[in-house]
Design a protein around this ligand. Structure first.
Ligand SMILES: CCCCCCCC/C=C\C/C=C/C(=O)SCCNC(=O)CCNC(=O)[C@H](O)C(C)(C)COP(=O)(O)OP(=O)(O)OC[C@H]1O[C@@H](n2cnc3c(N)ncnc32)[C@H](O)[C@@H]1OP(=O)(O)O
Length: 281
């Protein structure tokens, strides 16, 4: 059955996959007709850096999945080695004063939409997932990761501070003691370490297997009343969601103040240079 504007038909392992009405370019949403599960794929080369445009497209795609009665949402990446490199540092380094406000507001929107999503969510982490990438993954209810990649909130290593709501997502997954230590250290975990600490739920040997495992997780809710499930999830997440809703304006001002500090700008510049040098070698 056609559930939205259909742009193309692509066969997948589980059923016929319909590409939904994503007029956007940096994300795609494909709904499996058999399972009813939507796969939201980030596609912003080279590293899925979360810039304003990708954040806007993510927002639109999450909204689309909420609106099209999908049974669940799987978040993944079209890049074979990177889930997301986190926030695009170019948005924060020597920023345009209007754009950076829109950027942070769009990031808040994405977190509120994903962490507060009414459908079951899972991340197929098919590559590295630092900082903002880890935020996206930990906003989902389940995580399956491929071997030999890294995940974590490395902000302190960059001389920046993860905002409270980044920490909320992290704390919804990890025990407090582990989360506190990892945040203070800015620690990046290998796939194997992430599994042993509980930061991810399963390891998969391929992206296809990761998507299948995420679909299996979403399938565990098949016999649960959808309204009861979604209200339960929302009650469990309400405190953190409400806190950001209440403090959005202050959170934005705190971010702007912090990111515009000369020492922070200097640190971001040095970090960007080191990434570029690494890329050249
Ligand atoms: C008191 C309360 C105050 C609150 C204030 C809040 C302030 C804090 C604000 C925000 C929190 C920040 C969150 C973040 O997400 S910051 C971003 C953190 N991300 C990283 O540290 C990842 C950096 N990247 C990497 O480690 C690697 O690139 C990789 C592992 C993701 C991929 O490696 P590889 O495949 O080898 O690719 P390259 O390194 O060669 O990179 C290719 C290309 O892409 C550029 N690039 C990589 N990451 C980023 C990025 N995050 N932003 C912008 N650009 C990036 C890299 O420079 C290369 O560019 P090129 O040389 O031009 O090709």
């Amino acid at each position: 059955m056609m559930r939205s504007k259909v742009l193309s038909l692509v066969p997948r392992a589980t059923g016929v996959c319909r590409h939904m009405s994503t007029a956007t370019k940096l994300t795609t949403v494909a709904v499996d007709d058999k399972t009813g599960i939507a796969t939201l794929t980030m596609n912003r080369p080279p590293v899925n850096g979360l810039n304003l445009d990708l954040l806007r497209d993510l927002n639109q795609s999450i909204g689309e999945v909420e609106g099209n009665k999908s049974r669940g949402l799987i978040l993944t990446s079209s890049n074979p080695t990177i889930f997301s490199a986190g926030l695009d540092i170019l948005e924060m380094y020597k920023p345009d004063k209007d754009r950076i406000r829109e950027f942070w507001t769009a990031l808040q929107d994405v977190w509120l939409a994903l962490y507060g999503s009414s459908v079951p969510t899972a991340a197929a982490i098919n590559g590295h997932s630092p900082a903002g990438g880890c935020l996206l993954a930990t906003s989902c209810e389940y995580r399956v990761m491929l071997p030999k990649f890294t995940i974590g909130l490395n902000e302190t290593k960059l001389g920046i501070v993860a905002p409270k709501w980044f920490m909320s997502s992290f704390l919804s997954v990890l025990p407090r003691r582990e989360a506190e230590r990892a945040l203070n250290q800015g620690r990046m975990f290998t796939t194997e370490e992430a599994l042993s600490i509980g930061l991810i739920d399963e390891v998969a040997i391929s992206k296809e297997q990761a998507l299948d495992k995420c679909a299996q997780f979403i399938g565990t809710f098949a016999k649960v009343n959808p309204l009861a499930r979604s209200l339960t999830k929302q009650q469990l997440r309400a405190v953190e969601l409400q806190q950001l809703e209440n403090e959005r304006a202050q959170d934005l001002e705190r971010f702007l103040f912090f990111v515009n500090q000369p020492s922070v700008q200097k640190g971001l510049g040095i970090y960007l240079e080191s990434l570029k040098k690494k890329a050249k070698n």
